[in-house]
Design a protein around this ligand. Structure first.
Ligand code: NAP
Length: 291
């Protein structure tokens, strides 16, 4: 199948490569062209303008940062003009209301729209193990499930457009809460002089354990947040979307607001583009930072 792909960032790039490896012909557009200059070497075409990628196939996949980026790239005048008769599959993390608004604009331009946000990161994308959550109609799901299996074995239909977006935010709220809570516990373990291995041994045998803890521990211990899987600024974006949604539905999200403050402080300290585990440096500052 011929596929247009907009947004070859941290996760978009390995996803585009997966599609190509699955036998599809992929045309990628990325705002910063230098980041995709090598893709033709692996058989992926690069478009200089978004509209060129959009018209490359019957389907265009979005892996852009946020709704603002989608407006710039997909819903510009030139982009919209190419949407007639094409299907847009939105796979980034945006809010349910944003997704429904984009759906309306795509439909008004004569296109079809479904959302398919994913849980998992670069390693899961490379291993075809992303969890793909689909928001759309049953018929859309049936039509596109085969393609979505290029990213993960079991795409799931969650409900109409907006529901998969909401579920993705629900999950990312847990990512944020887990890293903040885990950093705090690791900090106290270290300051009490308890061996981290002892803490982890008990944690792992308990119902409290989450695999994300073990995955992030080496970064926390080394205070090494470089080479991100998922950036601090994107997690902050997702937590803001979660908070909007949760407040609108009458929940009390104070605990998430606290974590949001930490992420904002991390961004303010220049940690926007590193791995989100950098929140550890705020929760558990090193002695050098104590000053
Ligand atoms: N990384 C993960 O583990 C992960 C997992 C699940 C979901 N997600 C979600 O998937 C989406 C992409 O994630 P990512 O990690 O690949 O993000 P990323 O590395 O920050 O890449 C974002 C992409 O959006 C483009 N972009 C950003 N702002 C733009 C603008 N104003 N106009 C045009 N293009 C713009 C970037 O272009 P440039 O290259 O020019 O900056 C890049 O192609 C996000 O919504 C993220 O929350 C990420």
């Amino acid at each position: 199948m011929q596929i247009g792909f907009l947004g070859a960032g941290l996760l978009g790039r390995p996803m585009a490569e997966r599609l190509q490896a699955a036998g599809h012909r992929v045309t990628v557009y990325n705002r910063t062209q230098s980041k995709v200059a090598d893709l033709p070497n692996v058989g992926i075409a690069v478009a200089a303008q978004p509209e060129e990628a959009i018209r490359a196939g019957a389907c265009v996949i979005l892996m852009l940062a946020d709704a603002g980026a989608i407006r710039n790239v997909l819903l510009s005048l030139a982009g919209k003009a190419e949407l007639k008769g094409r299907t847009v599959i939105q796979m980034g993390t945006i809010g349910p209301q944003e997704s429904r608004a984009i759906q309306q604009e795509v439909q008004a331009a004569g296109g079809d729209y479904l959302e398919a946000p994913v849980l998992g990161s670069i390693a899961e994308a490379k291993a075809q193990k992303l969890m793909v959550m689909v928001g759309g109609a049953e018929a859309q799901f049936t039509r596109w499930a085969g393609l979505l299996k290029s990213f993960g074995p079991e795409p799931r239909l969650i409900g109409p457009v907006g529901k998969a977006a909401a579920l993705k935010l629900v999950l990312n709220q847990l990512i944020a809460a887990e890293i903040a809570a885990f950093s705090l516990s690791v900090g106290l373990v270290q300051r009490e002089g308890i061996a981290v291995d002892t803490f982890m041994g008990i944690l792992k045998q308990s119902a409290l354990f989450a695999p994300a803890f073990e995955k992030k521990l080496p970064r926390l211990l080394a205070r090494d947040y470089a080479i991100p899987n998922f950036s601090t600024k994107n997690l902050l974006k997702d937590l803001d979307l979660f908070l909007d949604e949760a407040k609108g539905l009458g929940l009390n999200p104070d605990c998430a607001s606290g974590v949001r403050q930490l992420l904002q402080q991390a961004v303010d300290r220049g940690l926007a583009d590193v791995d989100y585990s950098a929140v550890h440096s705020l929760v558990n500052p090193s002695n050098e930072n104590k000053g």
